[in-house]
Ligand binder design. Structure first.
Ligand code: ATP
Length: 443
């Protein structure tokens, strides 16, 4: 059933140009995905809402856009070179490679292969440590390579710019630095669609505070980020939950960490992690770079290294959660209607405009005029490539909140039929009221 739902969502994403396989015409690359025309727009909407909420609307958070390729020493300091590894084991039968912590454990050293169900004895087939970072040569010659790394999290770009931002903006604590960008991990996975990718995007905030204020700031961010998913992205509350990490589960740098989990089609899994990273990162970058990373409090004349609270969200997992949450199947007149009940302002197009008859030039002309008038203000689309029922189905599947049909009567009464995606109710409204109507729907 869950698998069925997952394959339906994957199939819709393909069919309607949300997500395609990466390098597909050459056989593809595992865990690499491309976003198609509609997917690119939905992804951008999610990022815009996040950026607007935290960077544009909050005075204590500054935006950043740091580079993807970073110096090796960054990852010496952060601990990624040493510790960012997975333990991988090879199945002796099917020869596939897996993360040992993701396999079903049968007994002390015995695991079950997810691919072919044979038993893997970890005493005989010893797991090997595998660093997840992708390395690249940034020198001009192959003979004398100089390696840089594709960042495995956007966070490190924030920490390495901490002094720059502090000195150029003179911000006082508490303040945050936010960034959206690509991150890379050479993950070993099977069949998790865009949940686990080798190239993905993150939306991260590093919120710097006085050490004694860290616990309170951490509580604030856990609540704030949970509410974001329901209020800003319209994800149903019953599909979200918080999971606090046990002490033995915490990353080496973290003092405490809570995951926001979403009930994905394959079960509850991490959507975002909120961590109290203490002063680990700034201390380590200070030590390795030999540059002072402390903050000076003018009022008290104290000098100290701030603590940091990190809400770290994945754009792709958020996209996946938004689509999964919106995906509905309904029985209508004995047929299954697939509809994406996206929060209206997330939809790629807020309205679709159709002429009822495409062989009537006056109707096409009026429908196109209405379309162009809407398009100046809101994202919209025009379609006359099928019968009206088919056009509605197409828009339902991609989550367009409103469909507007121009018919013969529109030519004389200056009215159109407007149909609501969720209720399928149709209403006749005057052409001059269309923009107001859309505005009310998407606000
Ligand atoms: P997981 O335990 O699922 O591997 P993680 O704890 O390693 O995730 P973090 O390092 O906390 O993940 O990264 C923060 C966020 O970035 C995650 O909550 C997730 O949304 C996103 N993310 C991490 N790795 C990936 C990936 N390989 N593909 C897609 N998104 C990812």
């Amino acid at each position: 059933m869950a698998e069925d739902r997952l394959s339906k969502i994957v199939s819709l994403c393909r069919r309607r140009s949300f997500v395609f396989g990466g390098s597909e015409i050459y056989g593809g690359l595992s865990s690499i995905w491309d976003y198609g025309p509609l997917g690119a727009r939905l992804k951008k909407r999610i990022k815009d809402i996040w950026w607007d909420t935290y960077v544009e609307k909050k005075e204590d958070i500054l935006g950043l856009d740091s580079s993807i390729i970073m110096h090796e020493d960054v990852f010496k300091a952060s601990g990624h070179l040493e510790g960012f590894t997975d333990s991988l084991v090879d199945c002796p039968k099917c020869k596939k490679r897996f993360r040992i912590d993701k396999l079903e454990k049968i007994s002390e050293n015995l695991y079950r292969c997810v691919e072919c169900s044979s038993e893997i004895d970890s005493n005989k087939h010893k797991p090997r440590k595998f660093n997840l970072m992708l390395k690249t040569n940034v020198s001009a010659t192959e003979d004398e390579p100089n390696y840089g790394y594709l960042r495995p999290e956007t966070a490190q770009g924030i920490f390495t710019n901490f002094i720059n931002v502090l000195n150029s903006t003179h911000k006082k604590l508490p303040f945050g630095i936010a960034q959206i960008g690509k991150a890379f991990r050479n993950e070993v996975t099977t069949g998790s669609f865009i949940f686990r990718m080798k190239e993905f995007e993150q939306m991260e905030i590093e919120y710097f505070v006085k050490p004694e204020e860290a616990a309170r700031a951490y509580e604030y961010w856990v609540k704030e980020r949970f509410d974001f998913y329901t209020s800003k992205l319209g994800i149903r509350k019953e599909n979200l939950r918080l999971r606090e990490h046990e002490k033995d589960e915490l990353a080496h740098y973290a003092k405490s960490c809570t995951d926001i989990e979403y009930n994905f089609p394959f079960g509850w899994s991490e959507l975002e992690g909120i961590a109290n990273r203490g002063n680990f990162d700034l201390t380590e970058h200070g030590r390795v770079s030999k540059k002072d990373h402390s903050y000076f409090n003018e009022a008290t004349k104290e000098k100290f290294i701030p603590y940091v609270i990190e809400p770290s969200a994945g754009v792709d997992r958020t996209f996946f959660a938004v689509i999964s949450d919106a995906y509905h199947e309904e029985e209508v007149n004995g047929k299954t209607r697939v509809v994406l009940k996206l929060k209206p302002n997330l939809a790629a197009n807020y309205a679709a405009i159709f002429p009822l008859l495409k062989n009537k030039p006056e109707l096409v002309e009026l429908a196109k005029k209405i379309f162009y008038d809407i398009k100046v203000k809101f994202p919209a689309t025009y379609d006359d490539t099928g019968a009206i029922g088919k056009l509605y189905r197409r828009q339902d599947e991609i989550g367009t909140p409103l469909c507007i049909t121009v018919d013969v009567e529109s030519l004389t009464d200056n009215k159109v039929t407007i149909r609501d995606r969720d209720t399928m109710q149709q209403e006749r409204i005057s052409i001059e009221k269309i923009l107001e109507y859309i505005e009310a729907k998407v606000k």
